[in-house]
Design a protein around this ligand. Structure first.
Ligand code: 6PG
Length: 465
């Protein structure tokens, strides 16, 4: 009974998190379904070995932790989490806390929190293996009193932004996993926009991978400074050892996904929250996996006339387009969080969310600090209307228009940038075209419409009689 905390599941993320916890000075007991994995992990933990207690059974794990216990689950999302809870809970005391730190669907976390026969938290952990090992961004959900019991550990292991821990309680039940899902949706859109810029540089402007990498490296010194731009520069600049070709040129152009982006899009539809850039990114991943169909299409229709004449686009215009697209994508994500906050009665802390994303997580960037400031001024305002960002949009939307238009004219798909532009234009059009939709709905279904002139509702056209 010496360990402060326990951890179940020593896969890549679990092992990294356990090492991080031990390194921050907490005694931790660990257990993995395959006992050998537990012992191999302990043997490889070097000077942290004395802080780590390997255990061979769940009973031993429980015994090794001081009561009231806290046990982190790092097992694959889905049924494995339910199975693990079912196996663990009967061994625990009434005050012992189970913390699911995997990438759970927040609906599952809601259910688990409601069904739990003892304390339960669902926390979103972002930052990949490196983050888990040296400082992730942590988004907590569940009863505040449970969060408060372990927040000293979670804050200690989290990333720090200028000394401030990137670990925050977001709200009840699945709030933490919900915020993590939106984080991943934004992650998809940010990645997709970078990939679209790469496509224009490669196919429109004839840049080789090294030159693309140099562009991203340069952008990473300016307003777009972010982990994703940084790693994109590194990916593009890497040479494949086997072929000596740029690694990017030998990677198959079909993107995988575990589903978090998709969950975000599905939830956005339920909430009627428009997140077109994120939707476009999920669609683009789905489309990317249809390689055979795309090959067939290229034979049938011919490849698009992709090379652009010199000077059609400048790299500076593309940087401005990326800035514009990124602001619009994040604005959409935060509006969705705000919609969920209302719909689920969570009071999600929008400025805090921007703050915990400033370090440790995959979407960390300088711009998130400005977003945190803008959301502190007015948490309910769409970021695109916040003075700092509206000024940026005013000076960058022309560039986004140029990039999207030229991409379209040259047959280069740019769905996320394009949907960002469409969102921008829709959001600055007072008189839209849904009056036609309302007319159509009334014509075929007598659904009624509101009138502009006298403000009356439930009106019908002459076809009603
Ligand atoms: C993070 C990442 C991490 C992981 C996701 C995305 O925040 O650390 O989002 O959770 O990379 O699972 O994976 P997919 O691209 O496979 O959906």
């Amino acid at each position: 009974m010496t360990s402060e905390i326990g951890l179940v599941g020593l896969g890549t993320m679990g092992a990294a998190l356990a090492m991080n916890i031990a390194e921050k000075g907490f005694d931790i007991a660990v257990w993995n379904r395959t006992t050998q994995v537990t012992h191999d992990f302990h043997a490889a933990s070097g000077e942290l070995a004395s802080k780590i207690t390997p255990t061979d059974s769940l009973e031993d794990l429980v015994t090794a932790i001081r009561a009231p216990r806290a046990i982190i689950l790092m097992v694959p999302a889905g049924q494995a989490v339910d199975d693990q809870i079912a196996a663990l809970r009967p061994l625990l005391g009434p005050d012992d806390l189970i913390i699911d730190a995997g990438n759970a669907n927040f609906h599952d976390t809601n259910r688990r929190a409601r069904e739990a026969t003892g304390p339960f938290l669902g926390i979103g952990v972002s930052g990949g293996e490196e983050g888990a090992r040296h400082g992730p961004s942590i988004m907590g959900g569940g009863k505040r009193e449970y969060w408060d019991r372990v927040s000293h550990v979670l804050e200690a292991i989290s990333a720090k932004y200028e000394g401030t821990p990137c670990a925050t309680w977001m709200g009840e039940e699945g709030a933490g996993h919900f915020v993590k899902a939106v984080h991943n949706g934004i992650e998809y859109a940010d990645m997709q926009m970078i990939a679209e810029i790469y496509g224009i540089l490669r196919d429109g402007m004839g840049y080789d991978a090294g030159a693309v990498g140099a562009v991203f490296d340069r952008w990473n010194e300016g307003p777009l400074r972010s982990y994703l731009v940084e790693i994109s520069g590194k990916v593009a600049g890497t040479t494949d050892a086997a072929t000596n070709a740029p690694l990017l040129d030998v990677i198959v152009d079909a993107a995988g996904q575990k589903g978090t982006g998709r969950w975000t899009v599905i939830e956005a539809q339920h909430l009627a929250a428009p997140i077109p850039a994120i939707e476009a990114a999920v669609v683009a991943r789905n489309l990317s996996s249809r390689r055979d169909a795309r090959a067939e299409g290229e034979v049938l229709f011919g490849a698009a006339p992709r090379p652009m004449a010199d000077g059609t686009l400048t790299v500076d215009a593309m940087e401005q387009a990326m800035i514009c697209g990124k602001i619009l994508c994040y604005a959409q994500g935060f509006v969705m969080i705000s919609a969920a906050s209302d719909a689920f009665g969570w009071a999600l802390p929008l400025p805090e969310i921007a703050r915990v994303w400033r370090e440790g997580c995959i979407i960390r960037s300088d711009m998130l600090n400005d977003m945190a400031s803008a959301l502190t001024d007015d948490p309910m305002r769409n970021l695109m209307f916040a003075p700092f960002f509206s000024e940026k949009l005013k000076t960058s939307h022309d560039a986004l228009r140029q990039v999207v238009a030229q991409a379209a004219l040259h047959g280069i798909p740019a769905p996320a940038l394009g949907s960002g532009l469409t969102y921008f234009d829709a959001m600055r059009t007072h008189r839209g075209t849904a009056n036609m939709i309302q007319g159509q709905r009334d014509f075929f279904g007598l659904h009624g419409f509101a009138r502009l002139d006298d403000g009356s509702t439930g009106q019908h056209g002459p076809w009603a009689h």
